[in-house]
Design a protein around this ligand. Structure first.
Ligand code: PRP
Length: 210
């Protein structure tokens, strides 16, 4: 898995307010939305495009648009929903698939409780959205689920990641010989004994949706 930390002062600035426990839910939602828009810029650097001709008021020229079939955006329910609108603003013609995964807070294992994905995953670039990569269990389960259904080009976008989680994803996906990329706003210090990212931002799902 390629890991790209989107190291940019605007991202660090917005993450600072996202982390702050005094930030209320409406502000948290707005910041998550803005952050994913900035991260999408990095994450879509290799989005497939095709050329087409347009006329400017002066001349004919060749431009590009997104190739078909369009990319698939997959927010991981529930917290990933807080990143969907920001991503779709950048890729308005993308399609959306849903994957519901929840982490058991005792075992820290993720399990799938819902999915709604198109059949032709083998033809699409998939963009997985989840605010946090903590132990990595959720992202591993999501990627394995997509790969089993044919996906072969996956980019995950997280706002924050833990080093232990990234290592675990690397180790568990080592046998998958596919281009998988992680674009994240920051790699934090560590995980605590409860599987929370330190310093982190707490529980993204709770801060987005209560
Ligand atoms: C949180 C978060 C990630 C996951 C990360 O979701 O949104 O999906 O935990 O943890 P991991 O890397 O250790 O698997 P949660 O299970 O709390 O569900 P929610 O999005 O419904 O709140």
């Amino acid at each position: 898995m390629r890991v790209h930390v989107a190291d940019h002062p605007l991202i660090a600035h917005k993450l600072t307010y996202l982390r702050d426990k005094r930030t209320d839910t409406p502000t948290f939602r707005r910041l998550a939305d803005e952050l994913v828009t900035l991260l999408a810029y990095e994450a879509t650097r290799e989005v497939r495009v095709s050329p087409f001709e347009i006329e400017t008021p002066v001349a004919t020229t060749t431009g590009i648009h997104l190739a078909s079939p369009k990319p698939l955006v997959v927010p991981i329910l529930r917290a990933g929903l807080g990143m969907l609108d920001g991503m779709m603003r950048m890729l308005p013609t993308a399609e959306v698939g849903f994957l519901g995964l929840v982490r058991n807070e005792e075992t820290l294992e993720a399990h799938t409780y819902a999915n709604r994905l198109p059949e032709d995953l083998d033809k699409r670039q998939c963009y997985v959205l989840d605010p946090m990569l903590a132990t990595g269990g959720t992202l591993i389960a999501a990627i394995q689920y997509l790969v089993e259904r044919g996906a072969d080009d996956i980019t995950a976008i997280t706002l924050l990641s833990a080093p232990e989680g990234i290592e675990r994803v690397q180790a568990e996906l080592a046998h998958i010989d596919l281009p998988v990329t992680l674009v994240t706003g920051a790699i934090d210090e560590r995980l605590n004994e409860h599987g929370y990212i330190v310093p982190g931002l707490g529980d993204a799902g709770d801060r987005l949706y209560g």
